[in-house]
Design a binder for this molecule. Structure first.
Ligand SMILES: [Zn+2]
Length: 882
């Protein structure tokens, strides 16, 4: 345990580093249990900081030797503990420090620092893993030039990789070992250091940059899996081209490498020139990966590549600025995906994810600002708020400033801060300067947690031909922030005339509505529009221009009108969602009061009209037909949540949709069941998605033959998307075809770990009482291991995060299972354990019975001896009185 981390770290306490590191020469001799690391650091006092002793970070290190300017340092001149190396009176001029440490990669089950994924040696240094390799000022504002020599047994690690360009390689004379030397000319923070050694296959390609430089591309995978990396390579080349075209950013080294490993705490890591990926986000073949997997690979390959400029060339001054690289890079990968695929469909997917994860976080005890001001464990701040809400802030900048102003600000940011460790203030200052705007109030988005609530009231004066919007904004209290100030909210809107056309937006006060966006800045504002002879319907927050919760005096007729006529595709989808959520909430309340549920023929006919509109792209229709999730309904309820009632109401609506749209759904299924060779492109994926959504709704309808169709599709599918969709549909129904498919699936794919992850997740998500026992039994399955994060996420994570009724069992047994697992996992891998613990993030919104059971489990974890800082932080914040 790192006891020093138990003290909170505060943004307000930031001090520049007293010592800078100019160069780092590493010499790493790989060994399964005793890897020797020699580090030669060229240090110099920071002229911008007061003189101070030298204190280097460590984490569980053993120091073997230490030299200063070539001479061994006497014991009385330094102090070394596993977590710190200090020299009280270092020279006040540049000097060279040589350190030798020994680390055990095999014993490293936390998967931070140098560890083994299977037999492959690899590293993960973000956020604070480098200090588990050698003593170092392990903070992002210390940027140095690294040269890395790696040495290993040729048989054990024929492939040796590190950041930068390869400068030398060869055999170690007289031994069975060999070495490679890599030099990265770009100064970088230690968290971007990486090395890899192992038996790996690869695919190779080449990219010619916009200035004509040739860059070698390599993707390394487990031998035999090379053909499954072709799609990732294609995605990489498209991402490199897109960043040149959309942002003018060119790649800078001679080689770009990606290594796929089987044990990884996160999705992927943007180490300079040597990205390391969870193999889930590299490997794909039609037989083993779904359309969703392909889309994830596309987006994540792009995301990590884009970090080369937003994160690596310009990095973060300190970890409080994490959103500076993550929010911006998520925005960039979302834009890439929108350009590669379908912009409205991508926006719908992004907003669904934002609401499902970030809005929920923002409404619970773990809420925090996009730029937090205090942390105890930085690993717990790789959150939807930092990433997804961080991206929404960048998107709002673009909405406010327009595409040209936004690009000018980005260009200035790259020009001003290349090679630096920057802050959010410096980022925003570039946009203020480039567009001559005052963005001081806009900065509140980074400081204030919580989701703004915006209420809009439209009134119409037929005689004056005016339309008035009264708009109020309110930001709810969040932990540590009882009182909030109004935000800058860019609200894109349209006034839709009865004939379905958008009216010109003419404000009575003569002010323009630039690009159709009202900019809200005050708690309450009134906007009057002229030349509006008939009452229009307001289409608000078009394209989800701001990450807010919106209420408006739109009635069901207005929403159906928007669903049919809005020129903004996002709001057509949103109108249907609002109708569905309203109906579901009414029915949850009715069920709990013992009253009959209501039907909504209007909603069903609006949905029918979307299905019948052949001008719409299939992926959009599929999104429209996908009802709000149980978690969506719980979030909108906000309190006194009863997951069983939500499940029952939602199931009834699924049946109603299946019944009402039966003929149309059967027609879709028939039309889209074409046997063409599989292609992962967005259009084909959209057609498969719509076909499978139709099948799932048909299976939910009363007295349908769809179960047999699903079983047939499962057996005859020639791609994983169709097979997985069929088995997922079967899994929702207690029919004998279900177990047959589950057994068959394991037999077919048992040699393929990524597919077996799907098998675990599928069973964990079945919404029925027997599931918990099944999940417990699966933890004893030979293919299950607490040592593999993907496996833990696929079984335990899927149960706790995806299965609303069974995780939230009224008897509390689901909670007890999760806490038992977290306690078993914590000593081994604290990062994954604390991530699992966040399944309790909405516990306060539950109805009293479940809330009491959840609290008891949280208190049981809090009382456990020797918790990691990671889990303790999550548990204590979850329990804190706000
Ligand atoms: Zn990232």
């Amino acid at each position: 345990m790192r006891t020093d981390q138990d003290q909170p770290v505060r943004l307000a306490d930031y001090q520049p580093p007293s010592w800078l590191v100019e160069t780092v020469d590493l010499d790493v001799a790989l060994h399964p249990t005793e890897t020797r690391v020699r580090a030669k650091l060229r240090l110099k006092p920071n002229p911008a900081a007061p003189a101070a002793p030298l204190a280097l970070d460590g984490d569980g290190l053993t120091l073997r030797s230490i030299k200063l300017n070539g001479a061994p340092l006497a014991a009385e001149n330094y102090a070394a503990t596993p977590d710190r190396l200090s020299i009280a009176q270092p020279p006040r001029r540049p000097f060279v420090l040589e350190l030798e440490t020994v680390v055990d990669p095999t014993a490293n089950t936390a998967l931070s620092g140098l560890y083994r994924a299977g037999d492959t040696y690899c590293t993960q240094c973000e956020a604070e893993g480098f200090r588990r390799i050698t003593y170092f000022p392990d903070r992002p504002d210390v940027m140095a030039v690294y040269t890395t020599r790696i040495e290993a047994e040729k048989s054990e690690a024929p492939v040796l990789l590190a950041n930068g360009n390869l400068t030398e390689a060869g055999d170690v004379a007289g031994t069975t070992r060999h070495y490679a030397v890599w030099r990265d000319p770009f100064p970088k923070p230690s968290y971007l250091f990486a090395l890899v050694g192992g038996v790996l296959g690869h695919v190779a390609d080449e990219f010619v940059t916009m200035s004509g430089r040739k860059v070698a591309l390599r993707i390394y995978v487990e031998p035999g899996r090379e053909s499954r990396a072709d799609f990732a390579m294609d995605a990489l080349k498209r991402a490199m081209r897109w960043d040149e075209e959309a942002f003018g950013r060119e790649y800078d080294l001679n080689i770009f490498m990606i290594v796929a490993v089987s044990a990884f705490n996160m999705g992927a890591m943007e180490n300079k020139g040597l990205n390391i990926f969870n193999d889930k986000y590299v490997l794909a073949s039609p037989e083993t990966a779904t359309d969703e997997d392909y889309a994830n690979i596309d987006g994540i390959i792009a995301h990590e590549y884009f970090h080369n400029w937003t994160g690596n060339r310009i990095t973060c001054r300190d970890w409080f600025q994490l959103c500076l690289k993550e929010g911006l890079t998520v925005f960039r990968d979302q834009e890439y995906t929108a350009d590669q695929r379908s912009r409205p469909v991508e926006r719908i997917s992004d907003v669904r994810a934002l609401r499902a994860h970030q809005f929920v976080e923002d409404a619970g005890p773990l809420a925090h600002p996009v730029r937090p001001e205090v942390y105890r464990e930085i690993n717990n701040f790789y959150t939807p708020t930092v990433y997804e809400k961080g991206a929404e802030i960048v998107r709002m900048l673009k909405v406010l400033l327009g595409a040209d102003g936004f690009r000018k600000g980005m260009d200035l940011y790259f020009a001003r801060h290349d090679g630096q460790a920057a802050t959010v203030e410096q980022f925003i200052a570039c946009f203020a300067k480039a567009t001559d705007r005052d963005l001081a109030q806009f900065m509140r988005w980074y400081r204030q947690a919580g989701t703004p609530e915006v209420a809009v009231t439209l009134s119409h004066d037929a005689k004056a031909a005016t339309c008035t919007l009264e708009i109020a904004q309110m930001l709810p209290a969040t932990p540590g922030q009882p009182v909030k100030e109004p935000q800058v909210i860019p609200l894109a809107l349209g006034l839709v005339a009865p004939d379905g056309r958008d009216l010109p937006l003419r404000r009575a006060d003569g002010r323009a509505v630039e690009r159709g966006v009202l900019v809200l800045t005050r708690p309450a504002e009134t906007f009057v529009f002229t030349n509006v002879p008939q009452r229009p319907v307001a289409s608000l927050n078009r394209g989800f221009s701001a990450p807010i919760r919106l209420t408006a005096n739109l009635n069901a007729d207005d929403l159906r009108f928007l669903a049919a006529h809005d020129s903004d595709a996002f709001n057509r989808w949103q109108a249907l969602q609002t109708l569905a959520v309203t109906l579901l909430i009414d029915n949850v309340k009715a069920l709990r009061a013992g009253q009959p549920m209501r039907q909504d023929a209007g909603f069903l006919s609006a949905l029918g009209a979307i299905v019948a509109d052949t001008a719409l792209e299939p992926a959009f229709v599929a999104r429209a037909l996908t009802l709000p999730t149980e978690a969506d309904v719980a979030r909108e309820l906000g309190r006194d949540v009863d997951p069983d009632a939500i499940f029952a109401a939602r199931n009834a609506l699924r049946t109603a949709v299946g019944d009402a749209l039966g003929p149309a759904l059967r027609d879709i299924y028939r039309r889209l069941s074409v046997s063409a060779p599989y292609s992962p492109d967005a259009e084909s994926a959209g057609r498969r998605n719509l076909k499978n959504v139709a099948l799932d709704l048909l299976a939910a309808s009363s007295g349908s033959a769809a179960i047999a169709i699903a079983a047939r599709q499962y057996a005859s599918a020639d791609n994983m998307t169709d097979r997985m969709a069929a088995i997922a549909t079967l899994s929702l129904h207690p029919v004998r075809e279900r177990q047959a498919a589950i057994d068959d699936f394991y037999r077919r794919y048992q040699v393929d770990p990524l597919v077996i992850d799907k098998w675990f997740a599928l069973q964990a998500a079945i919404p029925e009482a027997a599931t918990l026992d099944r999940v417990k039994e699966l933890t004893r399955h030979p293919a299950f291991s607490l040592g593999n994060p993907n496996r833990v996420r696929s079984l335990v994570g899927a149960f706790a995060m995806m299965n609303q009724t069974q995780f939230n069992r009224a008897d509390g047994a689901g909670y007890a299972f999760l806490t038992d697992t977290v306690l078993a996992l914590d000593g081994r891998n604290p990062q994954v354990a604390s991530r699992m613990m966040t399944a309790f993030k909405s516990w306060r919104a539950l109805e009293p019975g479940r809330r009491g059971k959840a609290e008891a489990e949280l208190r049981r974890v809090a009382a456990a001896p020797s918790l990691s800082t990671d889990v303790r932080d999550i548990v204590e914040r979850s329990l804190a009185d706000t």
